[in-house]
Write a protein that binds this ligand. Structure first.
Ligand code: CTP
Length: 216
């Protein structure tokens, strides 16, 4: 199997030294890449975080912005069976990027933001869409299950991994995670608080079982 994994938080430049970012560390995506390798898959890791140490069978593409990540994902899906979209993609980017460092002044500064592309939604028209299992991640702080189910439908996903980013000790930038995985019919697996590699292994095992059943 060929698996594309995205990781980290995209950075949307404001000027040559500043960006809009988020707290994603890339740990969950890196854990997914490792778990996929352990399961024998060939992995392309598209990351907006500092890349992990080189590992056999994992090719790494470094990106910065949502637009760069979109281009890399579209290209990678030309030869992939599964997409694990763990990256925290910025929803907005500054309308203009200053060519020089913005200087401080006593005035208020207002940044005008434009929506970025939604990478998962954009894949609806990818020529290989129906041949790729699409797995999204839902970072939520409230109405967890309802929001995740709505995202799964809106983005046309096969599975969504719900993660309570408001809970202490799990989620963004933490070493542990706890997730609930849903498909179109509802909850299919819950994994209690565990190291991210363990959570990743459980998700990879679930995908392996489903693919085996689908091709039986
Ligand atoms: N995602 C994406 N492109 C974006 C934003 C998010 O492909 N521009 C993907 C994420 O990688 C994740 C899923 O969509 O797999 C859900 O991301 P999340 O941040 O939870 O949801 P949003 O769509 O950004 O919605 P909101 O911020 O309103 O919760």
């Amino acid at each position: 199997m060929r698996v594309v994994v995205t990781a980290g938080g995209t950075r949307e430049p404001i000027d040559p030294v500043r960006f809009l970012g988020n707290r994603s560390s890339g740990k969950m995506g890196n854990a997914l890449a490792s778990a996929c390798r352990e399961a024998g898959a060939e992995v392309e890791l598209i990351t907006a975080a500092p890349p992990p140490p080189a590992a056999p069978g994992v090719s790494v593409t470094e990106v910065e912005t949502a637009a760069e990540m979109q281009r890399a994902v579209w290209r990678a899906l030309d030869r992939a069976d599964v997409l694990l979209m763990a990256a925290a993609v910025a929803d907005y980017r500054p309308r203009t990027v200053a060519g020089q460092k913005l200087k401080k002044s006593a005035d208020e500064l207002t940044l005008e933001l434009l929506p970025t592309v939604d990478i998962l939604e954009s894949l609806r028209v990818h020529p290989r869409r129906t041949r790729v299992l699409l797995v999204g991640f839902a970072a939520e702080t409230d109405d967890l299950l309802a929001n995740a189910a709505e995202k799964l439908r809106r983005k046309g996903l096969d599975l969504i991994v719900l993660n309570d980013v408001g809970a202490p000790g799990i989620g963004m930038a933490a070493d542990d995670n706890a997730v609930t995985i849903l498909d179109r019919d509802g909850v299919v697996l819950t994994v209690g608080r565990s190291p991210k590699l363990e959570v990743a292994r459980r998700l990879v095992a679930l995908i392996g079982d489903r693919s085996a059943r689908a091709s039986a």
